[in-house]
Design a protein around this ligand. Structure first.
Ligand SMILES: Nc1ncnc2c1ncn2[C@@H]1O[C@H](COP(=O)(O)OP(=O)(O)OP(=O)(O)O)[C@@H](O)[C@H]1O
Ligand SMILES: [Mg+2]
Length: 551
């Protein structure tokens, strides 16, 4: 999502082509409506359809537990899917002296409303940090948009009642799709902690462009009802919450997911103790005398984060840019992950390429000697190699080392630019079905030209990984860092109820044919066919989108 905190900002690159089944990409197909144009005309926002019924508070109170509503006691959602958010909320102690709900949960909705309304004074949205709003237009908008609808207010009162937040203050950001508010919570009677509350707008009609993130997302097969704004927004909030959990559990700097209820998400605050949020990377104040060194190391840090996001979290951010990264003290923080997709999403690699372009362009503008998009892409999706320190940064430095010595002269830079352009236009098949011309590609592989295929990392280790001196395929660093993080994730926050959804990617599969099941063997055989005459050991990595297709 493009933050509206950036008026006049250049919009992230959108792929100039549309994928059609069995027909590859077609640049001539009409473009999807850019996100900024996809909003409904002003008038339609005022129709009955556009607004959800603000008075309908049943789903807010129906769990009687001030938890994220709409879920059965077995922790399953309305469509039988495991409700990770609920499990997470349930298991995560908020703090030791957590207040007991003051309202009688068996009271009628009206009684509950009046009981909770005593917290009204704790929502003080006029308390805006002026300079936090970044410019005057935004400050005006923040003021005009501070009116929360009754549903949102009730959710916030419930959260205050539970002690998830103590007070809610002014808007840190107001956008087209969500507002983010600053809040404080009291961990014990004396310790005040800052929190951020992201409130998704339910009266928005800009879901058209969101469809591409949901379609093909196995986690959202059920439950997506495009005709129901409120439900869709709830799904987005849930998606952001789940993604944040994964990212946070993987040790990538991001807001800590704290609680989710319907369209309201409470997370850790990225900012100082007084409530000033860290700047976005685009607004980062980097001292001029150290700028070159700091920007370069931030670039390397970001490449590492993207690889870790892909390999450990199995996610592609899908809206990564200087607007969705916060900066503080040489550290990057990833935010705004509601649109992030699983790496087996049919368009994940296209989104990844877009993320690489947007972030690469930004760092190039800061004067950083960036790597070619294609090199970064390969680095991120290559199954072998380190996914955390020590080793991750070193492997990026190796990419620089192995780049031709001449890469710094003008000619090489021009070549890199051309290569970037070609790469951005190139078709990236994500599944075997999508490969244009299997025979031609097989022939290229047969002639030792497999490394020229954009999708070589999706095929087989033998094509991807350098051979060692004795001709064996190097497995690289196949350490289990990811698994360690994942099991931590499972034990701390997840019950086994959600294993169906999240952990199927998290456990990892032993490598080697011995461990393949029948379907996997079938894929392996097909891959072997492509890769003849030297049948490779198929990468049995669960990371391969190709592999996942046939699961
Ligand atoms: N956890 C947080 N701590 C501090 N600031 C935050 C946090 N989350 C978001 N923000 C601030 O709020 C802004 C908007 O957040 P985010 O990018 O998640 O919303 P968005 O989805 O882009 O909303 P929209 O698209 O409607 O603008 C960010 O640029 C950042 O300044
Ligand atoms: Mg944003």
């Amino acid at each position: 999502m493009e933050s509206s905190t950036s008026p006049g900002a250049v919009h992230p690159h959108e792929p100039p082509h549309v994928y059609t089944h069995n027909n590859g990409y077609d640049a001539s197909v009409e473009q999807e409506i850019p996100r900024t144009l996809a909003t409904a005309p002003e008038d339609s926002l005022h129709t009955a359809e556009a607004y959800d019924d603000d008075d309908d508070l049943d789903d807010i109170f129906d769990d009687g537990n001030y938890d994220d509503g709409n879920y059965d006691d077995d922790g399953l959602g309305p469509n039988g899917e495991p409700d990770l958010a609920r499990n997470y909320n349930r298991q995560k102690p908020l703090h030791s002296n957590q207040q007991k709900p003051a309202a009688n949960t068996f009271n009628s909705v009206d009684d509950q409303i009046s009981a909770l309304s005593k917290h009204a004074a704790k929502i003080r949205l006029d308390d805006v940090k002026e300079s936090q709003t970044r410019d005057k237009d935004k400050a005006d908008r923040a003021t005009s948009e501070q009116v929360l609808d009754q549903r949102t207010r009730m959710i916030l009162y419930q959260m205050i009642n539970r002690g998830v937040v103590g007070e809610v203050h002014g808007a840190i950001s107001t956008g087209k799709e969500a507002n983010v508010y600053g809040a404080v919570a009291y961990e014990d009677s004396s310790t005040k902690v800052q929190r951020a509350v992201k409130v998704y707008k339910t009266a928005i009609l800009s879901f058209k462009d969101r469809e591409r993130y949901i379609t093909g997302e196995h986690r959202f097969k059920a439950g997506a009802d495009k005709g129901n704004n409120r439900k869709m927004v709830k799904l987005w909030a849930e998606k952001e919450f789940r993604n944040l959990r994964r990212i946070h559990a993987a040790g990538i700097a991001c807001p800590e997911p704290i609680q989710l209820k319907l369209h309201v998400l409470v997370m850790g605050f990225l900012g100082d103790k007084r409530g000033w949020a860290y700047p976005r990377l685009r607004d980062a104040n980097i001292p001029a005398d150290e700028a070159e060194q700091i920007w370069s190391s931030l670039y390397i840090q970001l490449l590492g984060i993207m690889r870790r996001l892909y390999q450990v979290c199995k996610l592609v951010h899908a809206d990564l840019s200087e607007y969705n990264i916060l900066y503080h003290d040489k550290q990057l923080y990833i935010i705004d992950v509601s649109q992030s997709v699983e790496h087996d999403h049919p368009r994940s690699l296209e989104f990844l390429r877009m993320d690489i372009k947007n972030t690469g362009d930004f760092f190039r503008r800061q004067g950083v000697d960036t790597l070619a998009d294609r090199v970064v892409f390969d680095f991120i999706i290559a199954p072998g190699g380190p996914v955390q320190e020590p080793g991750l940064e070193q492997s990026i430095e190796q990419l620089y080392t192995s780049r031709a010595e001449s890469a710094t002269d003008d000619k090489a830079l021009a070549e890199q630019e051309v290569d970037n352009e070609v790469f951005r236009q190139q078709y990236i098949p994500q599944t075997l079905e999508q490969v244009y011309d299997i025979e031609k590609d097989a022939e290229r592989i047969g002639h030792g030209e497999g490394d020229k295929l954009v999708y070589r990392n999706l095929l087989a280790d033998q094509v991807v990984l350098p051979k060692t001196a004795d001709g064996q395929v190097s497995e690289g660093d196949q350490s289990d860092e990811g698994a360690a993080v994942d099991s931590e994730d499972d034990s701390d926050e997840d019950s086994d109820e959600d294993s169906d959804d999240e952990s199927k990617f998290l456990k990892g599969t032993p490598r080697g044919k011995r461990f393949e099941d029948r379907d996997e063997k079938k894929v392996s055989a097909e891959i072997d066919m492509i890769s003849t005459p030297n049948p490779p050991a198929f990468s049995n990595s669960p990371l391969s989108p190709l592999f996942l297709l046939f699961k």
